[in-house]
Design a protein around this ligand. Structure first.
Ligand SMILES: *[C@@H]1O[C@H](CO)[C@@H](O)[C@H](O)[C@H]1NC(C)=O
Length: 264
């Protein structure tokens, strides 16, 4: 064979350049901008999980509402998030602030100062269930979920338990306010005890009159009743916006992460 033709050399160069671009070797590029935005992908290349991160951001900020299921393409992303360190770290970022806030309060110590906790995905975690049910990517199955609740085996969310321990030491009363029905009172109480919540002031569940009410309405009404009974809600924490929106929300609210389901 003779010398390669200039055309062949040119084509080779093109192939090499395309490959460099394809592999998107950011480390070779001196631009610091790329270090600041590594997740966007160089040259507009899609990086797995990035659009799901934007989806989760929209969920956690309550910009995205009334969604029914996790987008199918985000099931793995949500699963990794929930089972990995980030869910726990995000939860800790919330409860650290709640603990700081609680400790900063100028408490009257009148026995009426109260903290309202949601139950599911707040003090108890249904991750053992959701890890077997597509992390929320399939429509909610109330029969299967209630069967899981009836086992009474939901573990605690450790970060919320830390907050609970702090509040107890500060003599702030703990009230659990849950969308679970009255029929699940016994199993819920047993589960809470088993998960390390030994004492509480009240466990409020949905009664007959509350069935079918949107969570935000039901929870606002129950908090109003608590206030009428003289309780002062100094703090309120939940994984759903419907736990902390509405009325009588308390002096300060805290939102835990939950990209698996949305309750209005
Ligand atoms: C807490 O909220 C109640 C009811 O809205 C209000 O009367 C009270 O002043 C608030 N306390 C503090 C410390 O902000």
């Amino acid at each position: 064979m003779g010398r390669p033709s200039p055309l062949l050399l040119f084509l080779l160069l093109v192939v090499v350049l395309i490959n460099i671009d394809d592999h998107c070797n950011c480390a070779l590029l001196p631009l610091p901008m790329h270090l600041l935005r590594p997740q966007t992908g160089c040259h507009g290349h899609k990086i797995d999980g990035v659009s799901c991160l934007s989806w989760r951001f929209a969920v956690e900020t309550n910009n995205l509402r009334n969604w029914k299921t996790v987008p199918a393409e985000c099931e793995d992303y949500v699963g990794n998030y929930m089972l990995g360190h980030l869910y726990r770290q995000d939860s800790k970022a919330v409860t650290d602030q709640a603990i700081l806030y609680a400790k900063s309060l100028n408490l009257a110590g009148d026995g009426k100062e109260t903290w309202v906790f949601d139950v599911d995905e707040t003090v108890l975690s249904n991750l053992p269930y959701y890890s077997q049910h597509d992390f929320g990517a399939k429509p909610f199955d109330s029969v299967a979920f209630n069967a899981w609740v009836e086992t009474g085996k939901a573990p605690r969310l450790p970060e919320s338990h830390n907050l609970y321990v702090t509040l107890r030491s500060l003599k702030i009363k703990v009230i659990f306010l849950t969308g679970r029905p009255e029929s699940q009172r016994e199993v819920s109480e047993a589960n809470l005890r088993r998960a390390g919540y030994k004492k509480w002031e009240k466990l409020v569940l949905r009664g007959e009159k509350d069935v079918g009410k949107p969570a935000v309405v039901y929870k606002s009404e129950k908090r109003r009743e608590l206030e009428k009974q003289g309780y002062k809600i100094v703090g309120n924490i939940g994984d759903q916006w419907s736990d902390i929106l509405g009325s009588s929300t308390g002096n300060r609210t805290f939102k835990l992460p939950d990209p698996m389901y949305y309750l209005s």
